[in-house]
Design a protein around this ligand. Structure first.
Ligand code: UDP
Length: 237
């Protein structure tokens, strides 16, 4: 059976990296994710990754942080670079070649984001991690994921979460909630379902980029998604 996708953008939340902890990076999670990514790159899949920063810092809530929103957002973007470096180290330990590209210049540790160079890395089989989100405050790493996926012409965004897809209601609160196998963009709007923030979601819809929401913590799930198995929820036009 052939893989369904050739080039993917994997979005991982910063919080996922915490594992059982309430802050920071659990190296066991990094190792696990690195192995999952290695398995699909071994099939020749081109993998780009956007990682969040919520396990270290979120700039959004000025009332809570006491720091001006835009300033805090830049701090949040730096947090994604720390996560990107951790992930890079894990991926390289798993035997992969990687490049970290940052939307904010920090030449000693990451390449600047250059679209055509990112594509070239992917073509050579390197895993490209996009750090520092979009480089702009008032955005999220979900938006960075949508934007980069469109720019590099990825076939799909894979949003790895703790939940195994999109449900009719919050499955953690409502036991009768059922999972959608596929759903259209307009249905997501109509039902006010929470897939990504609006900016990120609209970018995908306008550019006809499908999204798959799936449970990244279940072993082998990433491979299942790549092979086109009905794992998680597929959002498409
Ligand atoms: N952020 C930003 N612009 C971006 C991406 C991220 O300002 O393009 C900041 C924002 O403060 C955000 C933080 O970085 O709260 C961490 O990213 P996010 O909350 O998306 O991470 P996740 O929820 O995926 O861990």
């Amino acid at each position: 059976m052939l893989p369904k996708y050739k080039r993917i953008l994997l979005k991982l939340s910063g919080e996922a990296l915490m594992g059982e902890n309430s802050y920071g990076i659990d190296h066991k999670v990094i190792t696990k994710y690195a192995q999952e990514v290695k398995a699909i790159t071994d099939l020749g899949i081109q993998v780009a990754i956007v990682i969040g920063g919520g396990n270290i810092y979120r700039g959004m809530n000025e009332a809570e942080t006491g720091i001006e929103r835009a300033h805090g957002d830049y701090m949040g973007m730096l947090a994604t670079v720390i996560n990107g470096m951790a992930l890079q180290s894990g991926l390289e330990k798993a035997g992969l070649y990687t490049r970290l590209q940052s939307a904010i210049k920090m030449e000693q540790i990451a390449e600047p984001y250059i679209r055509r160079r990112a594509i070239r890395h992917l073509e050579k089989g390197r895993v490209v991690i996009f750090g520092a989100g979009t480089g702009n405050p008032y955005f999220t790493t979900d938006t960075a994921a949508s934007l980069r996926a469109i720019e590099i012409q990825a076939d799909v965004i894979l949003k790895g979460t703790r939940v195994d897809g999109i449900y009719t209601a919050d499955p953690e609160k409502d036991p009768t909630a059922t999972r959608y196998e596929t759903i259209t963009f307009s249905e997501v709007y109509k039902q006010s379902l929470n897939v990504m923030d609006m900016t990120a979601f609209t970018l995908c819809q306008e550019n006809k980029l499908p999204i798959i929401v799936f449970d990244m913590n279940k072993e082998g799930n990433l491979m299942q998604v790549i092979m086109g198995k009905p794992v998680g929820t597929l959002v498409k036009g």
